[in-house]
Design a protein around this ligand. Structure first.
Ligand SMILES: NC(=O)c1ccc[n+]([C@@H]2O[C@H](COP(=O)([O-])OP(=O)(O)OC[C@H]3O[C@@H](n4cnc5c(N)ncnc54)[C@H](OP(=O)(O)O)[C@@H]3O)[C@@H](O)[C@H]2O)c1
Length: 282
């Protein structure tokens, strides 16, 4: 299998590669650095990490080991809801950059909403990080329609993405429509439903028809939707390659519809009781 490259989607001056390599729930460091290095060498230009994941150091080491120029990469990190106060937020960003060994990230996200801190305060700290050159772009994650509307209205700088759970087993029409209304890109986390969608007979059937794997069909169904990016996580070289190899085939309208209907299963994988907002009814 040769090297692949994902196209980009654009909003508010940002051009984000539509496939990123997710680095949550990661194995021991030696393996982690090797996987991240391989992903970049193989063509990934977008890496998704977070303070919470503990993977920032391996991402930095992987970037340096790959030899790919920093300017060619899109690196996203996130500030946890424990650090929503402005001072804590600024400290978290500094720690992220030190841990990554980078001068800036491409995208900095509020990882989860924090109802105990005024949103203006956290958004102010987020915008300040951008104005100080610590990140090129800013955004949010796990924001509902109401929270996104509020954030867009109050953010001093444009929000480029809302990173949300979206996959073939979860309908997200309302938040997708809100993102489109605000010209906010959707980044899909858990795009394979953490593996749950891979055994689905409809996805398997379509995969066979295209001579692709179920993971590739599940990811292609996402990136074929407008203004969507995906950040799958894979732990083998073969799966890393597969998850980027999405751009030499196309799903028909009928195939897109068949997969879209699976969303009625309504399975939300990432739903931590301590952090979750009141999710939008589908
Ligand atoms: N913003 C947020 O709150 C948030 C929350 C959750 C996740 N995320 C981001 O989203 C990323 C992805 O989420 P995730 O890792 O939880 O779930 P995921 O990407 O939906 O699923 C990962 C699972 O799919 C399997 N897989 C990947 N590629 C495959 C392929 N080509 N063939 C077969 N199986 C394949 C992996 O298997 P193996 O384990 O065998 O490789 C793993 O079990 C995270 O790493 C993180 O960056 C963000």
């Amino acid at each position: 299998m040769g090297q692949h490259r994902a196209p980009t989607i654009a909003a508010h001056g940002a051009a984000m590669p539509v496939v990123g390599y997710g680095t949550m729930l990661y194995p021991e460091p030696e393996l982690a650095v090797g996987l991240i290095t391989y992903a970049i060498e193989h063509g990934y230009r977008h890496i998704d990490t977070a303070r919470k994941y503990g993977s920032e150091q391996w991402v930095g080491e992987g970037i340096r080991a790959s030899g790919v120029p920093r300017a060619d990469l899109w690196v996203t990190t996130k500030v946890t809801e424990e650090n929503a106060r402005a001072d804590d937020f600024a400290r978290s960003v500094t720690t992220s950059l030190e841990t990554l060994g980078l001068d800036y990230v491409d995208l900095l996200l509020i990882h989860w909403p924090q109802p105990q801190v005024p949103l203006e305060e956290t958004l102010g700290a987020l915008a300040k990080a951008k104005r100080e050159g610590l990140t090129r772009h800013i955004g949010v994650s796990n924001f509902t329609v109401a929270l996104l509307d509020e954030a867009v209205a109050k953010s001093p700088e444009p929000l480029v993405t809302n990173q949300i759970e979206y996959h073939a087993y979860l309908r997200q029409d309302k938040v997708l429509a809100a993102c489109a209304r605000h010209d906010v890109l959707v980044t899909c986390h858990v795009p394979l439903g953490r593996g749950r969608v891979l055994d689905d007979p409809v996805i398997e059937d379509i995969a066979t028809a295209h001579n692709k794997s179920p993971a590739q069909v599940a990811l292609r169904w996402l990136v074929q939707q407008p203004q969507l990016a995906v950040v799958p996580r894979a732990l083998t070289f073969n799966e890393i390659e597969e998850d980027l190899d999405l751009f030499d085939f196309e799903l028909s309208v009928e195939e897109m519809d068949r997969i879209s209907k699976l969303r009625d299963k309504n399975i939300r994988v990432v739903d931590p009781p301590a952090r979750r907002p009141v999710w939008d009814e589908r």
